[in-house]
Design a protein around this ligand. Structure first.
Ligand code: AMP
Length: 282
């Protein structure tokens, strides 16, 4: 595996298909699963590791975001990554004069609560696409609104890349793996799986109620918020939306998704569960 620190040295001359998996590092099994999926389906795999300052808001965790290049390099190597691209901030952002702004899907939830976040994400991913020129790029469903932002950017700007979304990789107790889980204290870690548990309860309930009753289901969402608050979470949102726009879910939508963001102490966690209706269920 090559570790490359600047664009000049990247010099990729892939034979066959080239895959890119953008990350911010501090790898866990979710990252490795993403890399394995990309590895299996492509001839060359580039993983970028860049803690992107432009996607963090003021007062967020950019400075304390966990970093460990040595450990990450060993983990990437173990799943057969060809190139680990680890640019510096100056290399990626010598200036910040041009940005990629994706409208619509960014209006609500993460986009509203973290102003500028998705512009930072879209801009860095667009740059990585131009630098690496992958045929395919891999992203995790865990960050579902990010997936929709990237998909929209690729469509709107005709990026010559195929985006692939990979299922959320979870701890045995259901907690979605995340680099930020390392912030959790022992007692917070014990409570954290409740986030996924409430998503599963809600999705089972919406399926039981049936597609035609989605309209009234929105009134029930407070129950899940309160269940989380009772466990000690501070809930930013627990909602039911449609893809790809993140609009209010209706019985016309073939895919709906429960999304949640909540803080446990100083740690902000997000998760989601998708529900696919079979066509004859309307
Ligand atoms: P990050 O380093 O957190 O920016 O994540 C890099 C990529 O890995 C993103 O596309 C994430 O959606 C994805 N990812 C993060 N956590 C998981 C997980 N638990 N399962 C699957 N993919 C994940």
């Amino acid at each position: 595996m090559r570790i490359v620190r600047n664009i000049e040295e990247l010099k990729l001359e892939p034979k066959g298909s080239l895959a890119l998996t953008p990350t911010m590092g501090y790898f866990h099994e979710g990252h490795l699963d993403l890399m394995r999926k990309a590895r299996e389906a492509n001839d060359t795999l580039v993983v970028s590791l860049f803690v992107n300052p432009t996607q963090f808001g003021e007062g967020e965790d950019y400075e304390r975001y966990p970093r460990n290049l040595e450990r990450d390099a060993a983990m990437a190597e173990s799943v057969g990554v060809d190139v680990l691209f680890v640019p510096t901030v100056d290399e990626m952002f010598p200036r910040r004069t041009t940005q990629v702004v994706v409208n619509g899907v960014t209006d609500r939830f993460e986009g509203a609560l973290r102003p500028g976040h998705f512009t930072g994400v879209a801009t860095v991913v667009y740059k990585l696409f131009n630098i690496v020129r992958p045929h395919r790029a891999y992203f995790g469903w865990k960050d579902i609104q990010q997936c929709m932002v990237i998909q929209r950017m690729v469509e709107d700007l005709n990026c010559p890349v195929q985006v692939e979304f990979v299922e959320t990789y979870r701890e045995p107790d259901g907690l979605a793996m995340s680099s930020r889980n390392s912030y959790l204290s022992e007692s917070e870690r014990a409570i954290a799986p409740e986030l996924h548990r409430q998503l599963v309860i809600a999705s089972n309930e919406v399926i039981r109620n049936g597609r035609s009753n989605i309209g009234s289901f929105h009134g029930q969402l407070g129950v899940y918020r309160q269940a989380l608050e009772a466990k000690g979470f501070s809930v930013d949102y627990f909602d039911l939306v449609s893809l790809p726009e993140f609009a209010v879910a209706t019985d016309k939508d073939d895919v709906i998704v429960f999304i949640v963001a909540a803080k446990l102490g100083r740690t902000r966690l997000i998760d989601n569960v998708r529900v696919y209706w079979r066509n004859n269920e309307r």
